[in-house]
Design a protein around this ligand. Structure first.
Ligand SMILES: *Cc1c(COP(=O)(O)O)cnc(C)c1O
Length: 372
């Protein structure tokens, strides 16, 4: 490949379609603080996703930090090491102790059967991630959280638009958070949201993202500034219009990869749980070194040499980073499946403008592991 192919390429509308939105912002001079585009995007997004209430954020990480704040989560929180580092960092910013629990091998999500063993008197919540957009075992997690009186916050940063049994996945748990970062399936350059179930909760979240202001002179909570601005919201409105089409193209790319990568010894693909409507956000493959004859990193380097820049999401595990690796729950014997997957995974490029011939090119490299 002459040009470099990265794991993703942000999706943007035509610039000329965005200009009328910018003109409106320039005319009104309303740049942030719940302006007209913010209001409209919040409303349209909730309708589009089929969720009760949404509060928009400057990014997904601040949405996570604020979600933990609004529920008053303290002590210990059970979470997965197999995620983007922001998941656990949001706990650190709230002075909460992360307790890592292993993942299940089918979808790489938190293994509900291991959650109960990790519960202590200090545990106040569970923070699972719908990794690669695949729904967690939400019913089982609800059973456990109900039984032990724990809150559940889903990190749904990968799961924009994903449905389980025809219902948006963000209807699960007490709160869900979304990310609209440039690299995600739906982007507002930077951006994020908390999905919640009732108007009172949304009000509390809205206070917290705007310094705690209830009106001009009343501050009701020690809030932060994590508001989405008007440019982000305007872009979001425009991006929503193209979302269904983009997911359809991603689906075709996913299909093409599966055709071309079927039956390669030692290469395993990820499927989705039954009754899932996917967003095709990622295309992870897992390399079994013994069967494939080359290691994951050898394949990763080989692809790179050919201009294909896959990413090892999620390697290293969050629990390996220096601020967490001294925790009891970070020990390798506690996280066997997570370590295994982290050492096997490569996420291949997937985005709407990826060409079919590039997929064939990538598949050819993978299917022929005879290289030195
Ligand atoms: C991207 C991501 C986040 C953080 O979102 P930002 O919008 O980049 O702050 C959190 N969790 C997961 C799993 C993510 O992939």
């Amino acid at each position: 490949m002459e040009k470099k192919i990265f794991v993703t390429q942000p999706t943007l509308p035509d610039l000329e379609d965005f200009i009328p939105y910018l003109e409106k912002i320039w005319e009104s001079k309303w740049l942030t603080n719940n302006g007209p585009f913010h209001k409209k995007f919040e409303k349209e997004l909730a309708e589009f996703l089929g969720v009760p209430y949404i509060s928009l954020f400057a990014n997904g990480t601040l949405a996570l930090v604020t979600a933990l704040q609004v529920l008053g989560i303290k002590g210990e929180v059970i979470t997965t090491p197999y995620s983007f580092v922001a998941t656990t960092h949001s706990l650190w910013w709230n002075k909460i102790k992360p307790v890592f629990v292993d993942i299940e091998p089918d979808y790489c999500n938190l293994d509900p059967e291991k959650i109960e063993l990790a519960i202590t008197p200090e545990t106040s919540a569970i923070l699972p991630v719908h990794v690669y957009g695949n729904p967690c075992k939400v019913d089982r997690i609800k059973q456990i959280s109900d039984k032990h009186g724990l809150k559940v916050i889903y990190d749904a940063a990968h799961a924009f638009g994903v449905k389980l049994n025809n219902k948006n996945i963000c209807n699960q748990g007490d709160l869900s958070i979304l990310s609209f970062h440039a690299t995600k399936v739906f982007n507002t350059m930077e951006g994020g949201a908390i999905v919640c179930r009732d108007a009172e909760m949304k009000k509390q979240i809205d206070y917290l993202k705007n310094f705690g202001f209830a009106d001009e002179t009343t501050v009701v909570a020690p809030g932060i500034n994590s508001k989405m601005n008007e440019m982000q919201a305007a872009l979001g409105l425009l991006q929503l219009q193209a979302y269904d089409k983009n997911v359809q193209i991603r689906k075709e790319i996913d299909h093409e990869y599966r055709l071309n990568l079927a039956d390669i010894k030692g290469i395993y693909l990820l499927n989705s749980p039954k009754e899932t409507e996917s967003n095709y956000a990622y295309f992870p493959i897992f390399v079994n070194e013994q069967e494939y004859g080359k290691s994951r990193d050898q394949l990763y380097e080989k692809l790179k040499k050919n201009g294909i820049f896959g990413r090892r999401y999620f390697f290293p595990l969050i629990s390996e980073f220096p601020m967490y690796n001294k925790l009891e729950s970070a020990k390798q014997e506690n996280l066997k499946t997570a370590f295994l997957k982290a050492n096997q995974v490569i996420c291949l490029p997937i985005y709407p403008t990826l060409e079919l011939k590039t997929i064939k090119f990538i598949a050819n490299i993978i299917s022929n592991p005879k290289w030195k």
